[in-house]
Design a protein around this ligand. Structure first.
Ligand code: PAF
Length: 293
């Protein structure tokens, strides 16, 4: 891209840190601008998965707000919070190149002042899958997402399908609380070797990185076998997938389940609309993935 074009784009991204200012801008946009508002909430360390969400939002011809906030309340493990990748300068560059209108990057003490007391809990859906090992994680997610919704007042909010349980929970919260926001999801974006893109991938060692693509290969294999014989029970599918992962040096398997994504129930006799969902640990890095059967 020629330098003069790039610098023009750089000037168009407005970085806002103040909650009040962001909300004022959004209230004003809603009053004076006929364009809708699209929100892409992130924790930074932006990768092609996030950029896919932004590209999808751009199709709406709306004002685009990306947020970067590493939300301490959704980290059950404080060490994980400290190690969470922070690449703010590179993130800014990516957002400028994508011609994003606003980056909202609030400070922790402004999002959670000393007297902060409120928690948003989606009661049942959080008590499954990742919620079983990550105590308080989804309460942290829903609390911050609602807060960001209230500050940025979006018409559309975009979330990736890799965090499928998160997506299901946010849809439920939006419905339960009658939020006038359309939740739009985007399919998982993968590396060339199939590994689902995640901000955590950069923390994998070289060796771990060679093992990680077997998660997706295993999912594809399970789907292939199911297509050949769709009378297979959920326990047969998950048992075979477990064997496949163990054979390929993925030994720390937190869960492999087949779910109905409308309510996170576990059909014994799955159908093509169900998802295989998986969480494993490779070294010290926890990775999740899923595939529709
Ligand atoms: O998916 C994420 O990056 C986070 O959970 C989210 C939705 C930005 C809330 O902190």
């Amino acid at each position: 891209m020629p330098i003069e074009m790039r610098s023009k784009k750089i000037n168009s991204l407005k970085v806002i840190t103040s909650l009040k200012e962001m909300q004022k801008i959004c209230l004003n946009l809603r009053k004076t601008d006929s364009k809708k508002i699209s929100l892409i909430p992130t924790m930074g360390a932006l990768h092609d998965g996030h950029l896919g969400l932004i590209k999808k939002a751009k199709k709406k011809k709306s004002t685009i707000i990306v947020t970067i906030f590493v939300n301490p309340k959704q980290f059950n493990d404080k060490k994980d919070l400290v190690k969470y990748p922070k690449t703010f300068v590179q993130d800014l560059d990516k957002l400028e190149r994508m011609d994003v209108d606003y980056l909202f990057a609030p400070r922790t003490k402004d999002i959670y002042p000393d007297d902060f007391q409120t928690k948003v809990v989606v009661k049942n859906l959080k008590n499954h899958l990742c919620g079983l090992s990550r105590d308080g994680h989804f309460d942290g997610v829903t609390s911050v997402v609602l807060k960001i919704f209230n500050i940025t007042l979006p018409d559309y909010a975009f979330f990736g399908e890799k965090d499928l349980q998160q997506l299901i929970i946010i849809r439920q919260m939006t419905k339960d609380l009658n939020l006038p926001i359309q939740i739009i999801s985007h399919p998982i974006v993968r590396e060339k070797d199939g590994l689902a893109m995640s901000s955590r991938n950069i923390r994998l060692s070289k060796k771990e990185r060679t093992i990680a693509p077997f998660i997706y290969r295993g999912l594809v294999e399970a789907k292939k076998e199911f297509k050949k014989n769709n009378n297979r029970s959920a326990s047969q599918v998950t048992k075979d997938l477990r064997q496949y992962l163990l054979k390929n040096n993925i030994n720390k398997i937190e869960y492999i389940k087949i779910i109905d994504s409308s309510d996170i129930s576990y059909p014994k006799r799955p159908s093509l609309k169900n998802y295989i969902v998986i969480a494993v640990q490779i070294g010290s890095i926890r990775l999740i993935d899923n595939l529709k059967l």
